[in-house]
Design a protein around this ligand. Structure first.
Ligand code: 5GP
Length: 206
């Protein structure tokens, strides 16, 4: 059965779990994708590029986008606004692409509420809290205060792993990437309810 539209792959997990490295490693092995670039009010980090890693905006601009219903979902994470713009996602879905979101547990909840029949979700984390702390300190892009905030947030987020379809423990990058490639390929095959109903009707009469 051929899909007529795309599908969604949600990736969540604590900052420092290696989501970005994993996405980089798999992106050329899973067919046509659109990686959703979120909008955020958090300050730009060293090495980040506006329009590539995020669209960096101020709070007034973000609130205006909320009012104009530009977001598929948005949430406050670590005290800053983050949101997924609806327009590019709709376009990519129409083009039959696998749309990949790197969003938090609140964002995942919102996407499941609106588009569960085309959504597959994965929670990515380190093998332990200790390992997460080590990676966050080694990354040294954030202050101690920000790091402790991320650790507290991670402790809360892992409590919600059961809301996800898959859990990937990123102990070894190559192994985790291989698992994620399989999940991404399967995610693309998820068929919207409407299309299943159409298939059943035609199947019965042809
Ligand atoms: P960071 O500031 O480290 O780039 O991201 C912090 C957290 O915000 C991560 O857990 C990331 O998944 C989440 N995040 C990034 N973009 C979005 C978004 O558009 N919506 C939501 N709900 N969360 C996001």
């Amino acid at each position: 059965m051929n899909r007529t539209s795309g599908a969604i792959l949600v990736l969540s997990g604590p900052s420092g779990a290696g989501k970005s490295s994993l996405i980089n490693q798999i992106k050329d092995h899973i067919g046509p994708i659109y990686f959703s670039i979120s909008t955020t009010t958090r300050p730009i980090r060293e090495g980040e590029v506006d329009g590539v890693h995020y669209h960096f905006v101020d709070i007034a601009e973000f609130k205006q986008d909320i009012e104009q219903e530009m977001f598929l979902e948005y949430a406050v994470v670590h005290g800053n606004y983050y949101g997924t713009s609806l327009g590019p996602v709709k376009k990519a879905l129409k083009e039959g692409k696998l749309v990949i979101f790197d969003i938090d547990v609140q964002g995942h909840d919102a996407v499941q509420n609106r588009l569960s029949d085309i959504t597959t979700s994965v929670f990515i984390t380190t093998p332990s809290l200790e390992e997460l702390k080590r990676r966050l300190h080694n990354r040294s892009t954030d202050s101690e205060e920000v790091i402790s905030g991320r650790i507290e947030m991670a402790k809360r987020e892992v409590q919600r792993i059961s809301e996800y379809d898959f859990l990937v423990v990123n102990d070894n990058l190559d192994e985790a990437a291989e698992i994620l490639v399989s999940i991404a390929k399967a995610a693309r095959m998820k068929i919207p309810t409407l299309q299943i109903n159409e298939f059943v009707q035609t199947w019965e009469i042809s």
